[in-house]
Design a protein around this ligand. Structure first.
Ligand code: ADP
Length: 268
């Protein structure tokens, strides 16, 4: 299977609902691994709502954001190359293949599945320590395609892992149950569950307000005997940087590494 042959580990990030912070978690995880000296790739297979390039502030008109077709596959774009020369950070997303990053994809089943297959096997990543895959929300045909394609790899059992993301509300928690069942049915090893948007820490008085319910992620993890990886607070600074796009913020990588939310990833 070309494209994935020189990748040591793949982590697929899943969530039951949209808007719970799945792309944010995928981005933070990838950045944390990169900052720790790993070669990291981040693949966005959310065809209908690819948000990763925007979070990184990719300028589609710049030459460095161009994806090239080569006989060995599509070239991912490389970012932060001057910040840390030893390790590399590469990105690929459907949005990079469109003329405009904000264009909508209105494709039906087979075309979408073929594109996902292409994104999974047709990218020339080179050697990577980690490939982080951001998926669409839910457990749709897209997920089955992702899992089926990845499972064809001869070392899938050793190198394929998933992380689940939820918010503390019951609505999101219930949807994550479906994700867990999906992983169990498809025999995917779950690294653990992250509860995102878990309380807001006031930047002035440091008091934490639990805007939503509390502790649901922890209980769910216990119920299904999967590791609870921790809680991410609502972090105004993080949101500001991701909204602007990391590369568009002065010292964006450094600033995001200093956010409260990034602390969790140092221990994963
Ligand atoms: P999903 O991928 O689940 O649809 P996103 O990762 O795109 O969700 O997040 C949705 C929005 O919420 C984004 O604007 C993102 O910046 C914001 N967000 C996510 N997690 C946090 C957090 N812990 N603190 C502040 N903002 C967050």
């Amino acid at each position: 299977m070309t494209g994935l042959d020189n990748i040591k580990r793949i982590i697929v990030v899943l969530s039951g609902k949209g808007g719970v912070g799945k792309s944010t978690v995928a981005t933070e995880l990838a950045l944390s691994l990169y900052t720790n000296g790993n070669n990291v790739g981040l693949l966005d297979v959310d065809l209908c709502g690819p948000s990763i390039p925007r979070m990184f502030g990719v300028d589609k008109n710049s030459k460095s954001s161009t994806v090239y077709e080569t006989p060995e596959g599509m070239t991912p774009i490389e970012i932060f190359s001057s910040a840390n020369e030893k390790s590399k950070f590469k990105l690929m997303s459907m949005a990079l293949l469109l003329d405009d990053i904000n264009d909508a994809i209105i494709w039906r089943g087979p075309r979408k599945m073929a594109m996902i297959q292409r994104l999974l096997t047709g990218v020339k990543w080179g050697e990577l320590d980690y490939l982080i895959i951001d998926t669409p929300p839910g457990t749709s045909d897209e997920h089955i395609t992702v899992m089926n394609v990845l499972k064809q790899h001869e070392h899938a059992k050793d190198f394929l892992r998933t992380i689940l993301v939820t918010t503390p509300q019951m609505l999101s928690i219930n949807d994550v149950r479906r994700e867990i069942t999906f992983c169990q049915k498809t025999s995917f090893h779950i690294i653990g569950l992250i509860e995102n948007m878990s309380g807001y820490v006031c930047p002035h008085c440091s008091e934490c307000t639990n805007i939503f319910a509390q502790g649901g992620g922890h209980l769910l993890a216990e119920q299904y005997s999967i590791p609870f990886l921790g809680q991410l607070p609502i972090d105004h600074e993080l949101n500001k940087i991701l909204d602007q796009g990391i590369q568009q913020v002065e010292n964006g990588l450094q600033k995001i590494n200093e956010t409260e939310a990034m602390k969790l990833f140092k221990n994963i």
